[in-house]
Design a protein around this ligand. Structure first.
Ligand code: URA
Length: 240
């Protein structure tokens, strides 16, 4: 990241830390968990939201999911310091509830800003919330995990790569096998380098497109949460 990028990153971080758009999150957070890692990384991960440990430490993915993420990275010869890690929401939802559509809408400019500054080659979306937000589509992770596609994000063409959320892999062993398999493709995707920047020139950006809805938000993060009522028929995620 160039010096002006670093100062832009500081500004973006400061503006996230001062954000008070979501009253419930402001009330429940101890601190804003902006992101961590190499600001010049080729590989960026996007999770869902901070949990209790992240809220305490101010760093994404420090709990059991984070431990697994570290192991998966080690499996491809990388460490957390080689990548950049962020979340859809920068504040912990109360009781670890799912992010709400208005919260995602409020917070997503920070994520898009992070992608713009880091300029990754590959953006790995961990689970449904990140995947549905950045794909602007309601396709579920169980169907589309492991399928890379070119997307325009943060003003550039990146390889968007949806995989299961580590929590879903911890909850269901078969998901862990799939997650390992999906991770094993990352080195080649990185070696392929930055995609042709004209590839999706005309594609609308996630930040500018209202999402249609999204059902089954927790699918693929696993039923890491107790089964709730069926999602209702109304759009649950009117993102912007
Ligand atoms: N920790 C995070 O930072 N994000 C998640 O999505 C899960 C755990």
């Amino acid at each position: 990241m160039a010096a002006d990028g670093r100062s832009a990153e500081r500004e973006l971080r400061a503006s996230a830390e001062a954000c008070e758009k979501c009253p419930q999150l402001v009330a429940s957070r101890s601190q804003v968990v902006f992101g961590a890692g190499d600001g010049d990384a080729d590989l960026m991960f996007v999770g869902e939201a901070p949990g209790a440990g992240e809220d305490r430490e101010g760093v994404p993915f420090v709990g059991a999911s984070g431990k697994l993420l570290g192991e998966l990275l080690a499996g491809i010869g990388m460490t957390r310091d080689d990548v950049y890690i962020a979340n859809v929401l920068k504040c912990r939802p109360p009781e670890n509830r799912d992010p709400r559509s208005d919260e995602i809408a409020n917070c997503s400019p920070f994520l898009i800003g992070q992608i713009r500054l880091v300029e990754p080659i590959v953006v790995v979306t961990l689970g449904n919330f990140a995947t549905k937000l950045l794909r602007q589509d309601d396709a579920g992770i169980t169907v589309i995990h492991g399928q890379a596609e070119l997307r325009s994000l943060g003003g550039r063409t990146v390889r968007l790569y949806p995989v299961f959320h580590p929590a879903a892999a911890l909850y269901r062993r078969p998901n862990l096998e799939l997650l390992r398999e999906d991770f094993s493709r990352l080195p080649q995707m990185l070696a392929d380098g930055s995609p042709d920047q004209a590839a999706v020139e005309s594609q609308r950006e996630a930040e500018a497109v209202p999402a249609r809805n999204v059902a089954e938000q927790t699918e693929g993060r696993g039923a890491a949460k107790p089964p709730g009522p069926k999602p209702d028929a109304r759009p649950q995620l009117d993102l912007f």
